[in-house]
Write a protein that binds this ligand. Sequence first.
Ligand SMILES: NC(=O)c1ccc[n+]([C@@H]2O[C@H](COP(=O)([O-])OP(=O)(O)OC[C@H]3O[C@@H](n4cnc5c(N)ncnc54)[C@H](OP(=O)(O)O)[C@@H]3O)[C@@H](O)[C@H]2O)c1
Length: 299
Amino acid sequence: MTDAAAAPTSPFASPVLVTGAHGQLGRHVLEAAAARGVAAIGVDIDELDITDAAAVDAMLEQLRPSAIINCAAYTAVDKAEEPSELDLATRVNVDGPRVLAEAAKAHGVHLVHVSTDYVFPGTSADGYAEHDPTGPINVYGHTKLDGENAIRQVLGETAAIARTAWLFSRQAPNFVQAIAGLAEGREFIEVVDDQRGNPTWAGHLAEALVTLAVERIGGTHHTVDQPEATWFELAQAIVEELGLDCEVRPTTSDKFVRPAARAAVSVLRSTDPETPAMGQWRDGVRASLADRKLAAAQQ
Ligand SMILES: NC(=O)c1ccc[n+]([C@@H]2O[C@H](COP(=O)([O-])OP(=O)(O)OC[C@H]3O[C@@H](n4cnc5c(N)ncnc54)[C@H](OP(=O)(O)O)[C@@H]3O)[C@@H](O)[C@H]2O)c1
């Protein structure tokens, strides 16, 4: 278990429980809670498997948290297309959220759950607002949508479901760290320019999730950074931030066919005034590359 802030310094009586705390988002949530003086306890699968109803119930009984921020998920988008993975992806992304919702209801705990742009088909040129029709185009997206709906069935709109997209942080694997590694020492790289979305720094999302938790905000929220971009534009920014002498060339998705279908437009629009403010992804790119730049400067 990871303690983000000692309880006596917290203005909130009970801690926030962060599940999936070793993932890229979970780590940032613990940092964001500590920065706000919110007591938080982080657990990952070795201490709490979110699909284990008895274990979840026992932990809520023991810790009596004010809120759960669920960062635990099956996130292997391409691997999820293998038929042998369906059971695991469903257990973690559908059964796990249902277990958390039922336990949250029984113990009077506020639930904040993280979902994804992959719940949408990606065919609308304008992107997607919170209550636009969903329609996943890959297995991962189907499991994440079923997970959202499992929570709504138990808790209605009292739980917060925060959809995000194109998440990155200092912790690989993610697109920012992959491009940073690829571009070093290469004359050029090719990156797809026909998929648009909202790159989002896990640090900005973490702050928003802590707000949803401590203010007990419910409903569906689109929590993404601005502005929208293509993978090509994001890669250009990464190379610029690192000051690398590598040309980023635009290409098309048909040159990089992946097992799971990808949306052409996965832009998420936020129309709910209760949704906490997010940030500019370029600031997040800078923060995520800081260690890499420091190491390069010291060489
Ligand atoms: N990454 C993205 O681009 C992206 C985009 C949109 C939305 N999201 C959503 O954002 C959230 C956080 O994603 P992330 O990138 O931080 O994922 P991540 O780095 O893969 O972290 C997920 C964590 O959950 C743990 N976990 C898996 N199964 C579990 C279980 N049964 N019980 C408890 N913990 C379990 C994982 O452990 P193991 O590593 O041991 O499996 C891992 O530590 C997820 O809901 C994801 O769907 C991500």
